[in-house]
Design a binder for this molecule. Structure first.
Ligand code: MGD
Ligand code: MGD
Ligand code: SF4
Ligand code: MO
Length: 751
């Protein structure tokens, strides 16, 4: 028996464990609070980590490379060798590239389940810019808005000095339920800082808030402009900071002048006094803001809301100040930009970029603009996320209506038939490809329609190196505890082998992922073993970096074109957007004809928000594991008591939600939330149903993304963010009870 330090990878924390390993198999796990995140309570309260062993050798894991044997989606597979799988895939990719152009291949990624730079390196060297992901609705809006305003990204720096913390469109009680949630509980107990939660639902986080702002979904930008109005009108801002370090204050002040509390209150559905109360609390610096996907997924309003947030932080003097927000330090380890090899293939990638016209910020030209002002400071943002292709354009190219065709896709660690928008459109597009390759643990609905399914090694079977795209001088993770079980391989090793077969050998010097991680870390001077022992590499972040003097005795300032914080953006104006944040419309899913028709049949038109996180699930993962599913067996749709009354709904009733695109069914729950809104779970499929056509694991039962859309019309025009909140749908209560497979215990299919 040997004890090895390793990590959980069920969520972004990558908590440390000690694994007992016997004959190459992990037989027991014990929490290791000696390593990141250094908190016994995190593991004590985490609902997931005990499932690690169950998942590691679950009966339905894919353990060998599989090739489609029957028709696409028929569920018939042939077990083949790695060499056969990789040779055939590489041959087909090179054939498609020769017949078309390198853009013929797309890649798709999901949340932070693994490292994506190896896929991005493969794609860059192949010559395709068509990597799709969740960037536009998860990470990018904040990164773009911070970078335009401050020249780099910021993080809240909550200290004893912090007076007010706004928790905006995020519910850490369910989505984090770990280190940050524990610190929020501590702040609540200490009565400091003052906590403001902005959320249409009275979430578990909102329950510990000093002020809950129950605004109408999608009205966040107006609310933020209202806060700016009060702070400026009442002269609560940090005048010396604004004078010395901000560009565009007068323009901003003129812009927010009309956003008087009464008007804002009316638009947001809150009391006017609430706007003054929050503005006055926040203006007692230092204060800070933490945001989540509540405001990252509101379509047109996404960038304006984030830009109003940056302006609020800036004029209150909360930037790069302890207790406010810090501008992060760039990494000492090799940046993701260098790992992904975008610059090496810039010309071909930018020439094939489908976004260039449609979403000018989220494009190679947009990236080049911010890179130019950051270069002097040695700052390096990863480009692949910030240039990733818009899914509407990706699908058009797959459907044959793009400027050139996309005929193949590599899907790594995502389940687009459940987690991407517009399931029916996605299904048609993927079914029509010449080649679909999926790297995953399971036969997910997406894997079920693939040509090849490649078995990925998971946490504890591969190294972990979480570096958040390299935007901070901070990385954590560690070593594997065992070699991968069966024939599984780390994603890195699969993509490297594929790269070598596509003529990229010189770019993949490291045979294993550990070696690649060690090389990434090398510039820090810390070796891989030392990192694994500590579980992290972290350097302190110095405040007030803009005040430092350079060699000529001039202040460093901010890495923006003006060297100051840009409250009004001339670049966005040049791209055809507003220099100051302008609120937009909601993201309409139902056509007027559909609404009228359903209303005649007794359906009710509601505002739709989706995907509020719930423990212990993670998006579409773990529904196949009884210990998870037993806790939350059914997909839920939440409404307020008044909405329930209008719908004649009781707790536990079945509710059907529909748009022109599709329908999904849920079990009703009644909670305190804004009236006229329904909140539907996301990520639902039913592994207990046959995971092949036509059921595809029940993706047409309760999958909210059969209702959604990624259409560019109605999306935010600079980044292209579509919506998973602030949409609309029709709702009707009644119908057959939600009954799925008898048991979720599945037979081992591919042992
Ligand atoms: N309607 C709606 N849609 C949403 C959202 C919403 O709130 N509402 N949220 C969006 C957001 S923010 C996100 S991040 C996405 C999440 O979307 P996804 O990332 O697609 O979500 P998951 O279902 O977790 O899919 C992860 C898949 O990766 C596999 N996997 C896990 N680890 C590894 C690994 O190491 N290697 C490989 N190869 N595979 C692995 C899992 O088995 C699983 O099948 O969903 C987005 N979609
Ligand atoms: N258990 C669990 N944890 C997860 C995940 C998971 O799938 N399951 N996914 C991980 C991923 S990929 C991500 S991106 C993070 C997301 O983590 P968070 O950003 O914390 O996401 P949520 O917990 O869904 O919180 C979003 C909140 O926004 C609110 N909201 C909806 N519409 C609006 C609106 O228009 N305005 C405002 N102000 N609020 C609104 C919702 O009611 C919800 O409470 O969670 C991560 N953690
Ligand atoms: S699920 Fe997340 S919080 Fe829980 S042990 Fe794993 S990494 Fe840590
Ligand atoms: Mo996400």
């Amino acid at each position: 028996m040997e004890q090895r330090k390793t990590n959980c990878h069920f969520c972004g924390y990558l908590c440390g464990f000690i694994a007992d390993v016997e004959d190459g198999r992990i037989v027991a796990l014990t929490p290791d609070p000696e390593r990141y995140p250094y908190d016994e309570q995190v593991l004590a309260s985490c609902q997931r980590w005990r499932m690690n062993l169950d998942v590691l050798d679950g009966s339905d894991r894919v353990n060998h490379p599989l090739k489609r044997a029957g028709e696409r989606g028929s569920g018939e597979w042939e077990r083949i060798s790695w060499d056969q799988a990789l040779d055939e895939i590489a041959d087909e990719l090179c054939r498609l590239r020769d017949e078309n152009n390198p853009g013929v291949l797309a890649s798709m990624i999901g949340g932070p389940h693994t490292s994506f730079w190896p896929l991005h390196r493969f794609m860059s060297l192949f010559g395709s810019p068509n990597n799709a992901g969740i960037g536009q609705i998860c990470w990018n809006p904040r990164i773009w808005s911070d970078t335009l305003a401050f020249g780099w990204t910021i993080e809240p720096d909550i200290t004893d000095q912090t007076n007010c913390l706004i928790v905006w469109g995020t519910n850490p009680a369910e989505s984090d339920n770990s280190l940050f949630w524990r610190s929020l509980l501590r702040m609540h107990a200490a009565g400091r800082p003052q906590i403001v939660v902005i959320d249409p639902r009275l979430t578990k986080t909102a329950r510990i808030a000093d002020i809950w702002v129950p605004l109408q979904p999608g009205t966040d930008c107006i609310f933020a402009l209202g806060l700016l109005h009060v702070v400026i009108e009442e002269e609560l801002y940090d005048a010396p900071f604004v004078e010395a370090w901000c560009e565009g204050f007068d323009e901003l002040a003129r812009h927010v002048a009309p956003y008087v509390p009464e008007m804002v209150a009316e638009a947001c559905g809150v009391a006017p006094e609430l706007i003054q109360e929050v503005a006055r609390a926040f203006a007692q610096s230092p204060s800070t803001i933490i945001t989540g996907r509540g405001i990252d997924q509101i379509g047109e309003n996404v960038l304006p809301t984030h830009r109003a947030r940056t302006a609020l932080l800036a004029i209150c003097g909360d930037i790069d100040r302890p207790g406010g927000s810090s501008i992060l330090q760039t990494s000492d380890f090799t940046s993701e930009l260098d790992l992904e090899c975008t610059l090496e293939r810039w010309d071909v990638l930018s020439s094939l970029c489908l976004n260039a016209e449609s979403t000018p910020l989220q494009s190679y030209a947009g990236y080049a603009h911010v890179k130019e002002s950051m270069d002097g400071d040695g700052r390096r943002l990863p480009a692949r996320y910030l240039t990733s292709v818009h899914p509407d354009l990706l699908l058009r190219a797959m459907e044959g209506t793009g400027p050139y065709p996309i005929r193949a896709a590599i899907v790594q660690a995502t389940n687009p038939l459940v987690t991407y928008a517009d399931t029916n459109r996605m299904l048609d597009a993927l079914m029509g490809l010449d080649l679909l390759v999926v790297l995953d643990y399971y036969i997910t609905p997406t894997a079920a329609i693939a040509d090849y399914v490649l078995p990925s090694a998971g946490a504890m079977e591969r190294a972990t190196f979480q570096a958040h795209g390299g935007v901070a001088n901070f990385a954590y993770g560690g070593a594997k505890a065992t070699d991968p079980y069966y024939e599984r391989r780390s994603d890195y090793e699969v993509l490297r082998e594929l790269g070598i077969r596509c003529g990229q050998a010189e770019w993949w010097p490291d045979i294993t992922f550990e070696e690649a991680c060690a090389r990434t870390l090398a510039p820090t001077g810390l070796d891989w073993d030392g990192y694994c022992q500590m579980g992290m590499y972290a350097m302190p972040n110095a405040p007030y970096k803009h005040e430092r003097l350079d060699g000529d005795g001039l202040s460093c300032g901010f890495a923006t074109p003006s060297g100051k914080v840009e409250l009004a953006s001339s670049y966005l104006a040049q791209l055809g957007g507003g220099a100051c944040p302008e609120p937009g419309e909601g993201y309409a899913l139902c056509t007027p004809g559909f609404i009228a028709e359903r209303e005649r049949e007794g359906w009710t038109h509601l505002t739709l928000i989706t995907g509020g996180r719930r423990q212990p699930y993670n998006a579409s993962m773990y529904l196949n594991h009884p210990p998870f599913r037993d806790r939350r067996p059914l997909p839920i749709a939440e409404v307020s008591a008044a909405t329930a009354e209008a719908l004649h709904a009781r707790v536990g009733d079945v509710i059907t939600l529909a748009t022109d695109k599709g329908t999904a069914r849920f079990s009703v729950d009644i909670i305190t939330m804004v009236d006229g809104v329904v909140h539907a779970d996301y990520g639902w499929w039913h592994p207990e149903l046959p995971v092949k056509l036509p059921d595809l694991g029940g993706i047409f039962e309760s999958n909210i993304n059969t209702l959604t859309s990624c259409s560019l019309s109605g999306a935010e025009p600079m980044i292209g963010t579509w919506a998973y909140n602030d949409m609309d749908c029709m709702a009707k209560v009644g119908g057959e009870p939600l009954a799925f497979g008898e048991s979720i215990e599945k037979k081992a299919t591919f042992a």
